[in-house]
Design a protein around this ligand. Sequence first.
Ligand SMILES: Nc1ncnc2c1ncn2[C@@H]1O[C@H](COP(=O)(O)OP(=O)(O)O)[C@@H](O)[C@H]1O
Ligand SMILES: [Mg+2]
Length: 224
Amino acid sequence: MSEVVRLRGVVKIYGSGALRVEALRGVDLTVARGEFLCIMGPSGSGKTTLLNIISTLDRPTRGDVKVCGVDVGGMGGEELARFRLRHIGVVFQFHNLLPELTALDNVALPLIIGGVGVREARRRAEELLRRMGVGGRLAHRPSEMSGGERQRVAVARALATEPELLVCDEPTGSLDYKSKLSVLELLREANREMGVTVIVATHDPLVSRFSTRVLQLVDGVIKG
Ligand SMILES: Nc1ncnc2c1ncn2[C@@H]1O[C@H](COP(=O)(O)OP(=O)(O)O)[C@@H](O)[C@H]1O
Ligand SMILES: [Mg+2]
């Protein structure tokens, strides 16, 4: 199965009446295994809406969504949560790490939820954090790390369950230039060395230098 994502005629409408917003207006998108796809678009163009639908956190108003070969449209909430845990890693602009947990436990948590024993989960989390260059921050909580370090921990957490697909929404949006480069290098390494298909939405042109394909999203429509 070489198609990781297949969207057909995806429309997303928020609200109704005077508040109605057509955030996606008929998106067709196919992403092959092994791609590093960059979806560029200005603020309000529908990037987050599109990524939320690809990562199955949200459903389209109309249209078909297939992820990792599965038609997710017919799946219920709990089934979707299990599906995400097994197949999809997500990185947000603001790391979304749990503030009271250390870096190590933030990364170990999805493994523990997935049924891995605590010792083994921590062992794997440590290995991954070292690989992400934040092995010196294992016992730090998110508030005790820099923005760049937090985002590397967030990438490690998203990769912990060895997902087929990594979906990143503005992952460099709140970082300085050096931290941006280090996070983008991690994403490229995950793509090339771990074979993870990566989709990044951004308005940061720097990201496109790391990707294998760039698409423009304009007013809820993909332009080549
Ligand atoms: N939960 C929501 N309710 C109503 N409108 C929304 C909601 N989320 C996004 N929108 C609207 O949908 C459009 C696309 O938003 P979004 O997907 O967040 O774009 P981007 O991530 O490219 O900035 C915008 O006009 C935004 O205001
Ligand atoms: Mg957004």
